[in-house]
Design a protein around this ligand. Structure first.
Ligand code: M6R
Length: 605
């Protein structure tokens, strides 16, 4: 996720570019850059860090009236000046900003290196400008060169191109990454999202996948993948800037819940070849897998719950020995680990102090270390032997949602890979991989339960306690459902293994106690349902989250997940519980994005 702005018109471009980038910082903020154009040359400034670092480099009397800007959230190459956008060709005549992932960048780079091109950055995006340059040299018509370039790109992109050859023109292309266009008396605009445009215009045109646009001072042309002109459907944008940053939702948490289908798609991008998992980073590890005797999953909070899920899967898929432990315990537990131990660290921020300390201990003991992290170049990412990135983009709400489901997905892929390396056959692997690929659609369907979940959350209005139960792969979902609810609604919420209820917690159940039971695992579903009946008999209001075909006539409140292989049911179930927590917090009038006493990243012990 990155933010793009572009302007060409009758005014200096810089003020628009910078204010637009500031409105898009929620899309990324590890580095920023702009290119301004005049007829003789392109001038580019870049800075690592937040936009304010870039602003320090720029004088206010830069009057060029055409330019492009970018705020970055790193996916390939750490945050640095070199890796910041815009990227230029060697002669500095063409400049490009890109949002998305070029899956085949390595092979394109090889091809361009063979042609004599040089690369300055570690990004996938730089291949775009070099490829464009190579086509432009062959036939100096920018529209044709751009169309030929994007035909070669596999993956996702929203990109803007400007050059000295047409100093008042910006070329735009889009595939699976957002891009909106705008127009006013002052000129024409483009940006990754409408908030960047709203101070300047409310006349907005969302560009569609496969479309291109050519922006000039007082004209804007849209055309399709074949180069044929498209009649644009302009809309009058209804939201103010704040609402638009949240995509019309009333909180970042709700926006991020709804982003899950697309970030899961991004996280899975390029991870499969047919029915095989592709994780070259893991293949390249210098490890003799026959010497690995145990695997330990280590993290904090929500990421720890993702580890609980991975631990169960690991034992199921590899038949090997594994365990899961919160980082804050691991670091003080004098663990029996050595070079025969694989430690997997999971973190959204990559900066959590306890997880970092646990990682240092594991490294000191000689363990093999792998990280699953969201923030590229973060401390945990830098210090492990191999790192896999979730592609959740910046998560602004304190309560983790999209980071969690992308962790589940990526850990699932990692455990399948480990099973292959440990030479253990996973039963039903074809079905599992087919459903992993369907997860964006499955998550979309889970979001459709929102109206019914909202009604159910009403039962939390006057409640101070809630319980979540599940067995096997439903247990981490129960843990996460309880954490989400307590974090943002301050309802005291506990999670139990469903089979443990009768050993104590059932004493807490009384008339109208809210119990959420997750029962998606065929081998234990009937058992969990028996446990629920025990609570119903004591007056509990039970919400059952289960499969489409579970016989649940006896229960009043049932939410069904979409059809999915049981190993992946935790993903739609988690989405439903995120919605439940959100609407529970709304019932209580809580500040959803900034819950009391909590920080997004816990960098102290
Ligand atoms: O950045 P990390 O994933 O390492 O953070 C770990 C926890 O602090 C985090 O998951 C926390 O529990 C969230 N607030 C959960 O919503």
């Amino acid at each position: 996720m990155c933010g793009i702005t572009g302007f060409t018109g009758k005014q200096p471009a810089l003020p628009f570019l910078l204010q637009g980038l500031s409105k898009l910082e929620y899309r990324g903020y590890d580095s920023a850059g702009v290119t301004l154009v005049n007829s003789r040359k392109l001038k580019t400034w870049k800075a690592k860090g937040r936009l304010s670092e870039l602003e320090k480099l720029l004088s206010r009397n830069l009057t060029q009236s055409c330019g492009i800007g970018h705020t970055r959230w790193a996916t390939h190459g750490v945050p640095s000046n070199m890796n910041a956008h815009p990227h230029m060709n060697e002669e500095e005549t063409i400049s490009v900003v890109h949002n998305g992932i070029v899956e085949n960048y390595a092979s394109l780079k090889e091809e361009l290196l063979a042609q004599g091109y040089h690369f300055q950055s570690d990004t996938d995006s730089e291949v775009i400008v070099q490829l464009l340059d190579s086509y432009y040299r062959r036939k100096p018509v920018m529209k044709d060169a751009l169309m030929r370039t994007v035909k070669r790109l596999e993956g996702s992109y929203a990109l803007c191109v400007t050059s000295i050859y047409e100093p008042n023109t910006i070329y735009v292309a889009k595939q699976e990454s957002p891009m909106v266009l705008g127009r006013s008396e002052e000129g024409t605009f483009c940006a990754s999202d409408a908030p960047a445009l709203l101070e300047y215009t409310r006349e907005i045109l969302p560009l569609q996948d496969g479309q291109f646009a050519i922006l000039n001072k007082d004209s804007l042309e849209v055309f399709d993948a074949k180069g044929k002109t498209v009649i644009p459907q302009w809309i009058h944008f209804p939201y103010d800037v704040q609402a638009a940053q949240k995509n019309g939702y009333d909180s970042f948490m709700m926006k991020e819940i709804h982003e899950q289908p697309s970030v899961i798609r991004e996280t899975l991008r390029g991870r499969f070849h047919g029915s095989r998992v592709v994780l070259p980073i893991i293949d390249q590890l210098d490890v003799d897998w026959t010497t690995i005797h145990q695997t330990i999953f280590i993290a904090c909070g929500t990421a720890y719950h993702a580890c609980v899920y991975a631990d169960i899967l690991y034992r199921r898929y590899t038949g090997g020995l594994s365990s899961v432990i919160p980082a804050s315990e691991f670091r003080y537990s004098n663990p029996a680990v050595d070079e025969h131990t694989l430690c997997v660290f999971v973190s959204q921020s990559g900066e959590t102090a306890d997880t970092l300390a646990a990682l240092k201990l594991a490294k000191a003991r000689g363990c093999v270390t792998i990280a699953v992290v969201n923030v590229l170049g973060s401390s945990i990412a830098r210090q492990t032997d191999a790192v896999l990135y979730t592609a959740a983009g910046p998560e602004i709400a304190v309560a983790s949602t999209k980071a969690y489901t992308t962790q589940l997905v990526l850990l699932h892929v990692l455990v399948l890979k480990l099973a292959e390396l440990l030479q253990h056959r996973v039963r039903g692997i074809t079905r599992i991989i087919a459903d992993l690929k369907r997860l964006p659609e499955i998550t979309e369907q889970a979001l459709e339960t929102e109206p019914e979940v909202k009604k159910l959350a009403h039962m939390l209005k006057d409640k101070n306690d809630a319980y979540f139960i599940g067995r096997q792969l439903d247990y981490p979902t129960a843990l996460e459902g309880a954490l989400k609810l307590k974090e943002i609604s301050y309802v005291h919420a506990d999670a139990y293994y469903a089979g443990e209820l009768k050993h104590g917690p059932i004493a807490l159940i009384e008339q109208d106690t809210v119990v959420t039971a997750i029962a998606t695992q065929p081998e234990v579903c009937g058992k969990t349902i028996s446990n629920i009946k025990e609570t119903v008999a004591r007056g509990a209001n039970v919400i059952l989250i289960t499969n489409p075909d579970t016989d649940a006539k006896e229960f009043k409140y049932v939410v069904r997940i979409p059809e999915v292989t049981p190993e992946l049911a935790a993903i739609p179930s988690a989405v439903i519980l995120q919605l439940f927590a959100y609407y529970g917090a709304k019932e209580k009038g809580c500040d959803i994005d900034k819950p009391r006493n909590l920080a997004k990243s816990v960098t102290v012990e």
